[in-house]
Design a protein around this ligand. Structure first.
Ligand code: 5GP
Length: 210
């Protein structure tokens, strides 16, 4: 009887091509979803200006990362743009066993791996309104050269091919709307009958058809 499924925390996976504004959306959504845990990934890439260890990433040497891979530390890991990135499996398991929801900011390779271990994980892909809009956004940032922007646009076009695999697609045309969409997906997830089963059970007459 599906109504009596036990409640474990839900996993929400967010992916996007680079430059689409995923980090801004997640940063703005987290305070609005106080019960949602954010999974801080491990990476071998160097911190960017303004990034803080433990808040943005756990920054590891390649040796330490590969040791983690060997010891089975990671729920998923992948090479992205020549660097390794991975999600600490024990932390995720602890959170969801305690009934806490978790948000993962990972790429499509990682998303597919997590889905294998947690088939109920909800997957969300963020896209720009158009490739022209993405180009404009990258140009106005002024942090990349024209050549680098070309590389990113080509990569974005390729990454976008994975979008149909995801459960949800958010278009980041207006930041506030995209944040509201992400919050709505998580809130709707929490209203699913399987998630509310324990509460619901208290109202149901034993033996009545569900
Ligand atoms: P950035 O270096 O710009 O922070 O991230 C580059 C890419 O790596 C992004 O697409 C981001 O979602 C992805 N990423 C970050 N952490 C992880 C992780 O733990 N696993 C995987 N598979 N990808 C990750």
């Amino acid at each position: 009887m599906p109504v009596f499924q036990s409640h474990a925390g839900q996993i929400y996976i967010v992916s996007a091509p680079s430059g689409v504004g995923k980090t801004s959306i997640i940063r703005a959504a987290l305070p609005a979803l106080p019960d949602l845990r954010f999974s801080v990934s491990c990476t071998t890439r160097h911190p960017r200006p303004g990034e803080t260890a433990a808040r943005d990433y756990e920054f590891l040497s390649r040796e330490a990362f590969l040791k983690g891979v060997e010891s089975g530390r990671f729920l998923e890991w992948a090479e992205v743009h020549g660097e390794y990135y991975g999600t600490d499996g024990r932390q995720i398991e602890e959170w969801i066993s305690a009934g806490d929801d978790v948000l993962l900011d990972i790429d499509v390779q990682g998303a597919r791996q997590v889905r294998c271990s947690y088939p109920c994980a909800q997957t969300i892909f963020i896209i720009p309104p158009s490739l022209d809009a993405l180009e404009e956004r990258l140009m106005s940032r002024g942090t990349e050269s024209v050549e680098q922007i070309e590389v990113r646009l080509r990569a974005a076009r390729t990454e976008m091919q994975d979008a149909p695999w995801y459960d949800y697609v958010i278009v980041n045309a207006i930041l506030e709307d995209a944040v509201a969409d992400l919050c709505a997906i998580v809130r709707a997830g929490r209203c699913r009958r399987s998630v509310q089963a324990r509460r619901l059970k208290a109202f149901l007459v034993p033996g009545a058809p569900a």
